[in-house]
Design a binder for this molecule. Structure first.
Ligand code: GLU
Length: 474
């Protein structure tokens, strides 16, 4: 049975790159009918950020990446790591290092000056018990380092990148447990992946250099290593590593801008993978059915904001209005449009008029504000163009009289009556419609007018016209 894990460190928000890693793990688990595990790597207490736990879990839930096990917290598993480190010490595969940070730094500088690779010089690797006791008497506390073989190569076959090899001589005796008894990432990761029976480790390419260290740990601990798959980097359009310079990097920021989870998920899926036939639009179910780890690309993926917006418009156009209405409410709240007489059913009726136009949920308020405000503001240029001159004011007044008598107040009746008015007055229909649009919405660009009037209702429509004529009266 396939068992994979997503193992974020709670140091901040869920980054786009981490979300992509989570998604690919999740897709692989779903595809293989396996288990997706969430593990929080929170042993580096100095780097933990309290809000990060909640933010990461929120983002995962928003994307619908539900986990079947966890969250496990590494900070609650310290005993297990200590036990395994003890085992490595007993079998001579790890050793205590008493070097002080200042000493390490000094020797690092010396090595650099001599043109050598600044690796730990293995000073404590072969200490005699007398030497050790002497250092302990000085009050030094040891960190534990792993004894990396001095010769040979560590080779593994990456599912995506093929065979990768490292010379052991290039790998330093890395710390597996700090002086304070807290394990480092590599140790905790290997112990957990073993005890959680992880079959496939799928993570970002930035972890490739950790993999030989981890494989050496697997061997030393007598565990069977999992398969490894390293996902390509995500770059900004300028081909540098995706960062704040390129815009928001956290998933929650995109949620708060009004992107839909379906669009985000679709977008993330295309960062390093693509379904057959050059398709861009792909549903969650199709992704699961078609996902193949072996088909993840090796070359970096480019974060393309225009594509995200395009995908979002697609999902805005095709989602059910009731769904969009529910998601739009917080955005209306933010703009102060959700007052005492706010009606969700009005919003549901309005959504079909704007879902072709608004690219994000965040754009909905400015399209629909006039439905929810008591008094609207008028764009000065719109007033200037359509409500100032005598002809348009007269037409608007006549339109008001016509509208007063329409029963029922629906799109068809409104249209027939207003067109008849234009004909009677010998003007083009737009000379009637445009001033009316400005009167009711305050703008020259709005959702379709006739449908809007029907939803707004007769009483409000007439009140708006009065307001508009008042606004423009000399
Ligand atoms: N905590 C590590 C990270 O956030 C996990 C890496 C891994 O998946 O092994 O990068």
């Amino acid at each position: 049975m396939v068992r994979v894990r997503f193992a974020p460190s709670p140091t901040g928000h869920l980054h786009i790159g981490s979300a992509r890693t989570a998604l690919f793990n999740w897709l692989y688990a779903m595809k293989m009918r396996g288990v997706f595990i969430l593990r929080i790597e929170d042993t580096d207490l100095r780097r933990n950020v309290d809000e990060a736990f909640g933010a990461i879990l929120d983002a995962m839930k928003w994307l619908g990446l539900d986990w079947q096990e966890g969250p496990y917290y590494q900070s609650q598993r310290l005993e297990l790591y200590r036990k395994e480190v003890e085992r490595l010490l007993e079998t001579g595969k790890a050793y205590r290092c008493y070097c002080l940070p200042e000493e390490l730094e000094e020797r690092r500088k010396e090595a650099l000056q001599k043109g050598l690779k600044p690796m730990y010089d293995r000073k404590c690797r072969e200490l005699s018990s007398e030497e050790r006791e002497k250092l302990e008497r000085e009050g030094r506390k040891p960190a534990i380092r792993f004894k990396v073989p001095l010769e040979g190569k560590t080779i593994f076959k990456d599912v995506i990148r093929g065979e990768i090899e490292f010379y052991n001589s290039e790998i330093e005796d890395f710390v597996i447990m700090r002086k304070d008894g807290i394990p480092t990432y590599n140790l905790a990761c290997v112990v957990d992946d073993h005890y959680m029976e992880i079959t496939d480790v799928i993570r970002g390419e930035d972890h490739i250099s950790n993999t030989p260290k981890q494989i050496l740990l697997y061997e030393a601990l007598g565990y069977a290593p999992p398969r490894f798959a390293h996902l390509p980097m995500i770059l900004g359009p300028d081909k540098s590593r995706l960062s704040k310079r390129h815009g928001a990097t956290s998933v929650n920021a995109y949620r708060d801008m009004g992107f839909l989870p379906e669009a985000m998920l679709n977008f993330l899926a295309l960062l390093g993978w693509s379904p057959g036939g050059n398709r861009e639009i792909i549903s969650r179910e199709e992704m699961i059915a078609e996902f193949e780890l072996e088909r993840v690309k090796r070359h970096p993926a480019i974060f393309n904001m225009d594509k995200l917006i395009w995908l979002n418009s697609h999902y805005m156009k095709t989602s059910p209005p009731t769904y969009l209405a529910r998601l739009a409410v917080p955005f209306l709240e933010k703009e102060g449009l959700v007052g005492p007489d706010f009606s969700l059913s009005v919003l549901e009726a309005v959504i079909p008029l704007v879902q072709e136009r608004a690219k994000t949920l965040g754009e909905i308020p400015r399209w629909v504000d006039f439905f929810f405000k008591d008094e609207i503001e008028y764009e000065p240029s719109a007033v200037e163009q359509w409500l100032k001159d005598e002809l348009h004011r007269k037409l608007l007044l006549s339109a008001k009289e016509v509208l007063e008598n329409i029963e029922p107040f629906n799109k068809e009746n409104i249209e027939t009556a207003l067109r008849a008015l234009a004909e009677r007055e010998g003007v083009k229909a737009k000379e009637v419609f445009h001033p009316l649009r400005v009167a009711v919405t305050g703008k020259t660009v709005s959702p379709p007018l006739l449908e809007s009037l029907e939803i707004l209702g007769k009483a409000k429509t007439l009140k708006r016209i009065d307001q508009a004529l008042g606004v423009t009266s000399p």
